[in-house]
Design a protein around this ligand. Structure first.
Ligand code: ADP
Ligand code: GN1
Ligand code: MG
Length: 362
């Protein structure tokens, strides 16, 4: 049914030729994504924005328009291909950057051709290349006027605030699931200090607020199908002011894991130091010397905090009845939460090694 609605919504956009295919696509946890193919062979990505999560979808679109226009200029100046190196919104026949009807809020992008996005690294090089691209993305946005951006999800990486909300959700226990996950709940409660650590450094002025991506998982980057280079950072819904270490950290929690985010066999899950090293090297190269010493030193903490926060978010959603992240089986959010906590434990054990790796690149 949703696909039928999406097909109907497509008629409003300025696409070339006639639509020959419109089918669900990708593994994102938030929006409904469709691959669209036209009779001319042109391909597009249609998305129905999750407006339960993004309550100001106009703000999301406006951020994306501003950021992609800004990036397009830089890419052209550098002699790059702006149709492949940044997202490109296609307008409606009325020249609006989105279409809204009773079935949802839709947007259309050009498909980034000859590229792949992966859910697990195929090689250390893949991860290194994604790191260079995410670092470069941050570096290109270093002079973007941050005050022009809407905060699309307020407090998105305010781990302390998320911790307080977690406590409330446990107390309410509206699905009656808390008793079955006491161990996981205790894991969170034992780490209250970790939840507050980065926010207090930020509030004391020791860290700069930058324009960051905030959702730097590996499948949010398109790698060139031939060269494996990271060509385009996608999923720009959460581009807003944030901390450099969190962009680093979110990539680590997803891409440096030796198993999938929802792996049930926890013995397979650990944080690979080889991948951590490759990402640290690539990210700092991509950032091109723009990070302060304090920011670089904070990269391991960014990794631990983002992994902890994400696990806590999965557990919160499990306790609330799976209302935020898309789930594909019973207990899916709980499985995801457990991999994140396993990674946090592993990072606690490998902490000195992580610090040494980052120092090497200081
Ligand atoms: P979500 O917010 O739900 O994670 P994404 O914007 O990340 O949605 O899109 C989901 C997936 O769709 C991506 O992981 C990627 O594989 C694919 N995708 C998204 N945009 C494009 C694009 N412009 N070109 C090619 N593939 C894309
Ligand atoms: C979501 O949209 P997607 O799948 O790229 C989530 C991230 C989480 C991630 C966990 C807007 O990312 O914050 O880290 O799932 N995005 C949003 O896999 O909440
Ligand atoms: Mg995504």
């Amino acid at each position: 049914m949703k696909t039928q609605y999406a097909k109907a919504a497509l008629k409003n956009f300025q696409l070339e030729g006639e639509v020959v295919e419109c089918s669900p696509y990708g593994n994102g946890h938030i929006n409904d994504t469709y691959l669209v193919v036209s009779t001319t062979g042109r391909r597009y990505i249609l998305q129905r924005i999750n407006t339960t999560i993004f309550t100001n979808p106009e703000g999301v679109i406006s951020n994306i328009q501003k950021v992609t226009t800004f990036l397009r200029d830089k890419i052209v100046q550098a002699g790059g291909d702006p149709d492949r190196e940044t997202l490109n919104l296609i307008c409606t026949w009325d020249n609006a950057p989105f279409h809204q009807d009773e079935t949802g809020f839709y947007r259309l992008f050009l498909f980034i051709e000859d590229s792949v996005s992966v859910d697990q690294v195929r090689s250390v090089e893949d991860f290194y290349e994604s790191a260079v691209a995410f670092g470069h993305f941050q570096s290109m946005l270093a002079d973007f006027p941050a005050e022009q951006l809407v905060e699309t999800i307020p407090g998105f990486h305010d781990t302390k605030k998320r911790f307080e909300r977690f406590r409330q959700v446990v107390a309410e226990d509206k699905m009656g699931r808390a008793d079955s996950v006491r161990e996981e709940i205790q894991f969170v409660l034992d780490r209250e200090d970790l939840a507050g650590e980065q926010m207090s450094l930020l509030n004391s002025g020791k860290l700069p607020l930058r324009v960051t991506h905030n959702d730097t998982k590996l499948n949010n980057i398109m790698l060139d199908a031939k060269t494996g280079k990271g060509i385009c950072v996608i999923d720009l819904d959460t581009v807003m002011p944030g901390l450099a270490a969190n962009d680093f950290g979110d990539s680590i929690r997803f891409g440096a894991s030796t198993a999938a985010e929802d792996e049930k066999d926890l013995s397979k899950v650990s944080c690979s130091m080889e991948l951590f090293d490759a990402y640290a090297k690539g990210f700092l190269e991509g950032c091109d010397g723009r990070l302060t010493e304090a920011e670089v030193k904070l990269l391991p903490l960014g990794a631990k905090t983002m992994t902890f926060e994400c696990g806590m978010r999965f557990l919160t959603d499990y306790l609330e009845g799976d209302v935020y992240f898309k789930v594909h089986r019973d207990g899916h959010n709980l499985d995801r939460c457990r991999t994140q906590f396993k990674l946090v434990k592993d990072m606690e054990e490998k902490w000195d090694q992580m610090m040494r790796i980052v120092e090497k690149y200081c």
